[in-house]
Design a protein around this ligand. Structure first.
Ligand code: BGC
Ligand code: CA
Length: 348
C-alpha cells in the first residue's frame, strides 16, 4: 500500500510538473506572438517650426496633426525665431529616436548643423515652407522640401490686382491720374516668399498693362501688428490716397486694415488690399470685404504631403507615389480667392 501510495504521489507530482511545463511553453510562445505582432513599431516624427506665433504655420501644423493615425507619434517644437534653439531641438529629437524630421528652418541659409545631424544619425529631413538653396538640399539624398512655388503666388497676386483695377477703374484710380499709387508690405527680409512675391506681383501688374506708381514699402516680417504700425506711417506720409496695398501675406494685409480703421478712413477712400495665404482670418476678411482678395496657400495639401512623405520614409518604402520634382520637391499650387469664390475655401 505504502509503495503504491508513494508511486501514485510521484505520478501526481510528475503530472503537476508536466502541466507547469506546458503552461510555461504556452506563455513563452504567446509573448513571442505578441512580439511578432508589434514588429510594426510605432513611427516617431519630429516637427520643428521657426516660431509659435505665425498664423499660417500654426494652421499648417494643425492640418498636419489632423493626419496623424494610430501607431504614429509626433513631437512638435517651436524655436522662437532662434536658429541655435532649433538646432538644439533637432539634436534632442534625434537623441530621442525620431524616424524622420520635418523642419521649418529659422534661417533658411543656415541649415548645415541640422543637415549634419540628420546625415550622421541617418534621419531623413523634410524641410518645409522656408526653402533652402539648391546647393544645400543636394548635400544628401535624404533631404526633401515641401512647400509651394513663390513665383506663382506673386504672379497670381499681380493678376488678381490687375483684374480688380480694371473692373473698378475710376474707383481704383482715386486721384484720376491714370496710375495706381501702390505700396508693398513685405515679409521677412531674405525669405524666398518675400523676395519673389514682392518682385513678381508688381512685375505682373506692369505686364498686365497697369500703369503703377510706387509710393512706399515697408518690411513688416509677416506680422499684423508691425504691418499696422508701418501702414499707419505710410498713410501719414502720403498726402494723396494710396490706391493699392500688396501684402506678402494675409496677416500684414489685416495689419493694413487695422491702420485704416484706426485712422478712421471710410471704405470709399481705402485702397484695394490684397493678401496671400487664405488663413482663417484672411478668408473671413475677404467675406467681410475688408480685404479684396488673397492667394490660397494650400496648407492642407502641404500638411498631407509632409505626412505621407514622413510615413514612407520611416517605413523605408518607395516614394514614387508622391510625384516629386527631381526626387526631392513637392510643391502644391496656389489659387486666387476673391469675393466670388471665397466660400469654397472656408472650412476646406
Ligand atoms: C506665408 C507667411 C508665413 C511664412 C512663414 C509664408 O509662406 O505666406 O504667412 O509667415 O511663410 O515662413
Ligand atoms: Ca492714381
Amino acid at each position: 500500500m505504502t509503495i503504491r501510495n508513494t508511486f501514485l504521489q510521484q505520478c501526481n507530482r510528475f503530472r503537476f510538473f508536466v502541466r507547469i511545463l506546458v503552461l510555461l511553453v504556452l506563455s513563452v510562445s504567446l509573448t513571442g506572438c505578441a512580439r511578432t505582432q508589434s514588429t510594426h513599431k510605432e513611427i516617431k516624427i519630429g516637427v520643428c517650426a521657426y516660431d509659435q506665433y505665425d498664423t499660417f504655420l500654426t494652421q499648417l501644423i494643425d492640418c498636419f496633426d489632423e493626419n496623424v493615425e494610430d501607431g504614429v507619434s509626433v513631437e512638435y517644437a517651436y524655436a522662437s525665431q532662434s536658429q541655435i534653439t532649433q538646432n538644439e531641438q533637432v539634436r534632442k529629437m534625434i537623441e530621442k529616436g525620431v524616424d524622420v524630421l520635418c523642419v521649418n528652418l529659422v534661417d533658411r541659409t543656415a541649415p548645415n548643423t541640422i543637415i549634419d545631424l540628420g546625415k550622421k544619425n541617418d534621419v531623413p529631413i523634410i524641410f518645409f515652407n522656408r526653402e533652402l538653396v539648391e546647393e544645400d538640399i543636394t548635400q544628401w539624398p535624404k533631404l526633401y522640401y515641401v512647400g509651394a512655388d513663390a513665383f506663382e503666388s506673386g504672379i497670381m497676386q499681380g493678376e488678381l490686382a490687375a483684374n480688380m483695377i480694371r473692373r473698378e477703374s475710376l474707383n481704383a484710380d482715386k486721384n484720376g491720374d491714370g496710375k495706381i499709387q501702390y505700396v508693398v508690405l513685405e515679409g521677412e527680409a531674405g525669405h524666398q516668399d518675400s523676395i519673389v512675391r514682392t518682385e513678381y506681383s508688381v512685375k505682373t501688374l506692369v505686364d498686365e498693362g497697369i500703369d503703377v506708381d510706387k509710393v512706399g514699402y515697408a518690411i513688416a516680417n509677416w506680422n499684423r501688428a508691425q504691418a499696422q504700425t508701418k501702414m499707419a506711417q505710410l498713410i501719414e506720409r502720403n498726402d494723396e490716397a494710396i490706391e493699392l496695398v500688396l501684402a506678402n501675406n494675409d496677416d500684414m494685409a489685416l495689419g493694413a486694415v487695422d491702420a485704416y480703421n484706426s485712422a478712421k478712413i471710410s471704405a470709399v477712400d481705402r485702397p484695394i488690399i490684397i493678401g496671400i495665404d487664405g488663413t482663417d482670418v484672411g478668408l473671413e476678411a475677404v467675406v467681410n470685404k475688408t480685404i479684396a482678395g488673397t492667394i490660397y496657400n494650400d496648407k492642407e495639401g502641404q500638411a498631407k504631403a509632409m505626412y505621407d512623405l514622413s510615413i514612407l520614409l520611416a517605413r523605408e518604402e518607395p516614394l514614387n507615389s508622391l510625384g516629386m520634382e527631381d526626387g526631392r520637391y513637392i510643391r502644391l499650387p496656389y489659387q486666387k480667392v476673391d469675393a466670388s469664390n471665397v466660400l469654397q475655401f472656408i472650412h476646406k
